[in-house]
Design a protein around this ligand. Structure first.
Ligand code: SAM
Ligand code: SF4
Length: 345
């Protein structure tokens, strides 16, 4: 029988819980990425097989009230930033109402969304009204044919219209995330960066992560040093600056930000070459409520039943156990059969 959740969503617990949690290696965990759906309207070649992934049964997906309960527990444990992701979060029905509720319930938590932006035109106004702390838009290419190739089914015009609508609606903390792949989009760097800068967006360049052995090719990989050298060749010297120079609403994150002589900012995320494991502050929860403390590891902590039962103590204990199993270094745990679609971005 389902127990009633008793946690007050808008207040901190007075049960002696520490203001924040540290894992067994002393890393402060204050950032959660929660996948609200396993479904997506695109099929990016590095993320999903062409015919998609078998959908998780409706009943096995976290309901919004369960996600809210999870957020309340995480907030009580010191999590200060929550990013909703997917699959594609904007395909889940009811997301606007959920985010509006979330914003009211957790005014102190930075809330952001990662999206492919292909449905953003429809949701830009409500999202702007909700007042997200930031929105990350995945954009690997502006070339319509390449976009169709990398996403298998998408139209880049949907994304650019979505971005324009977000800006027109008054959203400001916008970042683009570009996975740089040699031979695919490295030659497009100037146009991707100009597009971002002209729209007052912070562009971020991401190393291609070796998640699925069937799609990742070392020849396509471009490390942060090489990316920075390419940027220097194009624009002159870059100066390392703090995250406050970016659209980052929450200053702790894996990106390093650089400024060029014309005060333009770019972020580089070196998830592979100079991994940030020693400083990693995040945990992930999949759409079916499996918590993962490391993107590259198969280790998971099931939370769905605990959340469904409104079991606050059980959920906290499970989260703590999962966090303490966080590996010290991603390569030790790497499982080459995983793709982002198995995990939730
Ligand atoms: N559908 C949303 C989107 O595309 O923004 C959110 C989920 S998606 C899985 C989150 C991010 O993961 C995207 O920016 C995508 O580019 C990134 N991603 C997926 N597989 C990746 C890989 N192997 N290396 C680097 N980034 C990857
Ligand atoms: Fe969908 Fe995002 Fe994966 Fe592309 S990267 S298939 S948009 S979940």
């Amino acid at each position: 029988m389902r127990k009633k959740a008793t946690l007050c969503w808008s207040c901190r617990p007075a049960d002696g819980m520490a203001d924040f949690i540290k894992d067994a290696r002393g890393r402060r965990i204050d950032y959660a990425r929660i996948s609200v759906t396993d479904r997506c309207n695109l099929r990016c070649v590095y993320c999903m097989p062409g015919d998609g992934v078998p959908y998780i049964a409706h009943d096995d997906i976290l309901r919004y009230e369960e996600i809210m309960f999870l957020c309340a527990v995480l907030s009580g444990m010191g999590v200060r930033k929550i990013r909703f992701t997917g699959g594609e979060p904007l395909v889940r029905k009811g997301l606007m109402a959920f985010l509006a509720d979330f914003r009211k319930s957790f005014p102190d938590i930075a809330v952001s969304l990662t999206t492919n932006a292909s449905l953003l035109e429809r949701y830009a106004d409500p999202l702007a009204q909700i007042g997200l702390s930031g929105i990350n838009i995945s954009l690997d290419t502006l070339d319509p044919e390449k976009f169709r190739h990398i996403t298998r089914v998408g139209n880049v015009e949907d994304v650019t219209r979505g971005v324009a609508s977000a800006i027109a609606a008054g959203m400001t903390n916008i970042k683009t995330n570009t996975v740089l792949m040699r031979g695919f989009n490295d030659g497009e760097l100037p146009s991707l960066l100009s597009y971002a800068w002209e729209n007052r967006i912070t562009p971020r360049l991401i190393e291609f992560m070796p998640l699925g052995d069937d799609v990742w090719q070392s020849g396509m990989f471009m490390g942060a040093d090489e990316i920075l050298a390419g940027l220097t060749e194009l624009y002159g010297e870059w100066r390392l600056v703090g995250p406050e120079h970016s659209a980052a609403a929450f200053p702790r994150g894996p990106a390093k930000y650089y400024e060029d002589p014309q005060n333009r900012i770019v972020g580089i995320i070196s998830a592979v070459s100079s991994h940030f494991c020693s400083d990693c502050n995040r945990l992930r929860v999949t759409a079916s409520g499996r918590m993962r403390s490391c993107l590259f590891s198969r280790a998971e902590t099931p939370l769905l039943e605990l959340l469904r039962n409104g079991d606050e103590d059980g959920t906290k204990q499970a989260i703590l156990l999962g966090i303490n199993a966080k590996p010290d270094w991603w390569e030790r745990e790497r499982d080459g059969t995983l793709r982002m679609s198995n995990i939730g971005g």
